[in-house]
Ligand binder design. Structure first.
Ligand code: PLZ
Length: 467
């Protein structure tokens, strides 16, 4: 394929030029443009340097080097405009160069870059904490501690839960992903590539079944009740009075964008409450607007005791948070929580921009709109193509699971082929799932309609080809 200097717009998706395609000042043109093959010659050159300087352990989905990004577009060093259906794994929900983030970061970085909040303080940190205390589910008294990565937020939620309860055990679920640090790895389900060769891991982590509706052995209608019964059974074995925390992703991310069977999360909350266990929602991937509500927990009206936020929170800068019941958060002794960079002022400034967009910028509506548009393409496609077992997800966190036709046998080779074809055509999609057979969509919530339609058309064509 060579599309020298051509605009890649499929006829089926050419619509009226509308406001959605207009690029904002300072943003790259919001259109898919392929000037070279992907990756192009300059990316390939840089890739050679990377290979000599960076270990392969640090994997890469698409070996393309990016020069600028914004809205729904990534511009690479060869001048290709790629459609971003990844958002840097659910991070740049507000876009990769949103003016609301950029201006606040510039202002902050010119005043000071760092003090360490544990040494001397700054109000940006407090402002982010106040916003998260207000935005997380429940109107009880809350406190927020800021950290840097999602894994750190998860680890600190466990620390708080253990300290507050005086208990040791942690319960997590099948297909869970919680990060790459030692405890977070122990809590993560999948061996390859996350855990293989890195053990031994911290103990005291127990895994219960997750109600994966598509694959529930006795049928979808039984998933919630049977998964809850299995959780109760596990608690009986471990001793519920020994369990500090149950940690759950309200929509599982890396595990395959698995939406738990209805009623399950509320059931987990009830079980946790009955046994005095801290109920922790890992909202690192699903939170902050991605699913069409600020937190995915809201969907079923659950109120977690502790909520982990990260990714979209920092608008592209590294920032994470644990927000929770004041009596739990205040249980830890002074100095028990922290980190040199925890709640860095530049990241806090970025977060205040991102949060204002999520709260007031119409992004929740945008996430629901993306779902509607994407389902409009993917659901008919699933009817047409026998390799799609299910289209699932919530808001702008959507996925397709691929199987061998007529069975539930995972077809990771189809997902891989679809992703490769999309990448070649300038659409950045990601694969996920325990079986590596899921294609997920995580576009920036600010993506324009034409770009979205074009990306979906490329994806649909890739699915038809690969099936
Ligand atoms: N909890 C629910 O999705 C990060 C992983 C990318 P960090 N997911 C992307 C990779 O392969 O390393 C994630 C998540 C949930 C925790 C985390 C961990 O967040 O910021 O990557 O530490």
């Amino acid at each position: 394929m060579s599309v020298a200097e051509s605009t890649a717009t499929s006829d089926s998706t050419r619509g009226e030029p509308g406001a959605a395609t207009e690029s904002e000042p300072g943003q790259p043109e919001q259109r898919r443009i392929l000037r070279t093959e992907v990756p192009g010659p300059r990316s390939r050159e840089l890739q050679q340097r990377r290979t000599a300087a960076v270990p392969v352990g640090m994997g890469v989905v698409l070996p393309v080097f990016i020069e600028r990004a914004g809205g729904g577009v990534l511009v690479d060093v060869d001048g290709n405009h790629l459609i971003d259906f990844a958002s840097g794994i659910a991070v740049t929900s507000v876009g990769a160069s949103a003016p609301e983030v950029v201006s606040r970061v510039q202002e902050q970085v010119a005043r000071f870059t760092h003090t360490c909040f544990m040494v001397t303080e700054y109000d940006g940190y407090v402002a982010v904490a106040e916003r998260l205390n207000a935005l997380t589910p429940g109107d009880h008294d809350k406190r927020t501690a800021l950290f840097t990565t999602g894994a750190e937020a998860v680890e600190n939620a466990v620390k708080v839960a253990r300290h507050a309860t005086g208990r040791t055990e942690v319960v997590v679920f099948d297909h869970a992903y919680h990060g790459r640090t030692m405890m977070a790895m122990a809590m993560t389900a999948k061996e390859m590539p996350y855990k293989a060769g890195f053990g031994p891991f911290p103990g005291h982590v127990h895994r219960a079944p997750f109600p994966y509706v598509l694959r529930w052995p006795t049928g979808p209608e039984n998933a919630a009740a049977e998964a809850l019964a299995a959780l109760e059974e596990l608690l009986e074995e471990v001793g519920p009075q020994e369990v500090a925390a149950i940690v759950v992703e309200p929509v599982q991310g890396e595990g395959g964008f698995i939406v738990p069977a209805p009623g399950f999360l509320a059931g987990v909350q009830e079980v946790a409450k009955r046994h005095g266990i801290v109920f922790v929602a890992d909202e690192v991937q699903a939170g902050l607007g991605r699913t069409g509500t600020v937190y995915a927990s809201e969907f079923e009206g659950i109120v977690p005791d502790l909520v982990c936020s990260a990714k979209a929170l920092g608008g592209g800068l590294p920032l994470s948070a644990v927000t929770g019941r004041a009596e739990l958060m205040e249980a830890v002794h002074a100095g028990g929580l922290g980190g040199t960079y925890a709640g860095n002022p530049v990241a806090c400034a970025a977060a205040l921009g991102a949060l204002s967009m999520i709260e007031e910028g119409g992004l929740l509506e945008a996430a629901r709109h993306i779902e509607q548009v994407a389902r409009g393409v993917l659901e008919p496609l699933a009817q047409e193509v026998p390799t799609i077992a299910e289209v699932r997800g919530r808001g702008a966190m959507l996925a397709m699971e691929f199987v061998r036709p007529g069975s539930l046998e995972p077809a990771p080779e189809v997902a891989k082929a679809v992703a490769a074809r999309c990448h070649e055509q300038g659409v950045v999609v990601l694969v996920c799932g325990t079986y590596g057979n899921v294609i997920r969509l995580l576009p920036p919530l600010v993506i324009g309609d034409e770009l979205l339609a074009d990306g979906l058309a490329v994806l649909a064509e890739a699915v038809r080809e690969a099936s």
